[in-house]
Design a protein around this ligand. Structure first.
Ligand code: IMP
Ligand code: MG
Length: 185
């Protein structure tokens, strides 16, 4: 296993910048959802770090639930229009104000299908909170109601985002040097 220093091109967003922006988002969400039945729906696995830091800073009552979707196979770097729910929410969203918590919106295909599915379950509202927005790659029209950072079209890792499932634990968002990164067996 390589250590990340071997293929890190640059730290795109450092820990302090991430944490301070997450604090701002949490304050905004706490204001907007005051008095509402807020449910955070986190998309596994990339959204987990963001979710836990975000919820620690929310000052209003809320519940959390998880779902997982597979948009593309291991090693692939672009999602297709087809996404499959591999783990569904365990609780009803009927009448709830659902906020989808994602690590990154890239083509937008994943989140667009998830929104479409959830809307059939009669929630009060469904909105999107994404830490990162790789806006240049957008294919599906998705409004990002709460966006942490717009980023350029580079493959990033850390803070929940993986490289072949590893390196999610790093506290910052880094850019990969593709010519230096060796995928695990
Ligand atoms: P989309 O359907 O193209 O918007 O893909 C979104 C999903 O692709 C995210 O939830 C991530 O899991 C993954 N993804 C997209 N870009 C990156 C990246 O730069 N690093 C790591 N994962 C990424
Ligand atoms: Mg991923």
């Amino acid at each position: 296993m390589q250590s990340y220093q071997e293929f890190l091109q640059e730290v795109l967003i450092d820990e302090e910048t991430l944490q301070s922006r997450i604090g701002e988002l949490a304050a905004e969400i706490s204001r907007d959802y005051e008095g509402k039945p807020l449910m955070l729906a986190c998309i596994l696995r990339g959204g987990v770090m963001f979710l836990t830091d975000l919820m620690r800073r929310l000052t209003i009552p809320h519940t959390v639930d998880f779902m997982a979707v597979s948009s593309y196979g291991a090693g692939a770097r672009h999602s297709s229009g087809q996404v499959r729910i591999t783990l569904d929410l365990q609780t009803s969203i009927e009448g709830k104000d659902v906020l989808l918590v994602e690590d990154i919106i890239d083509s937008g295909n994943t989140i667009a299908s998830v929104i479409q599915l959830l809307k059939t379950r009669e929630p009060q509202s469904v909105r999107v909170c994404s830490l990162l927005d790789k806006f240049e790659r957008r294919e599906a029209l998705v409004p990002i109601d709460y966006c942490g950072f717009k980023i350029p079209n580079k493959f990033v890792f850390g803070y929940g985002l993986d490289l072949d499932e590893y390196y999610r634990n790093l506290p910052f968002i880094g850019v990969v040097r593709p010519d230096r990164y060796i995928p695990p067996e």
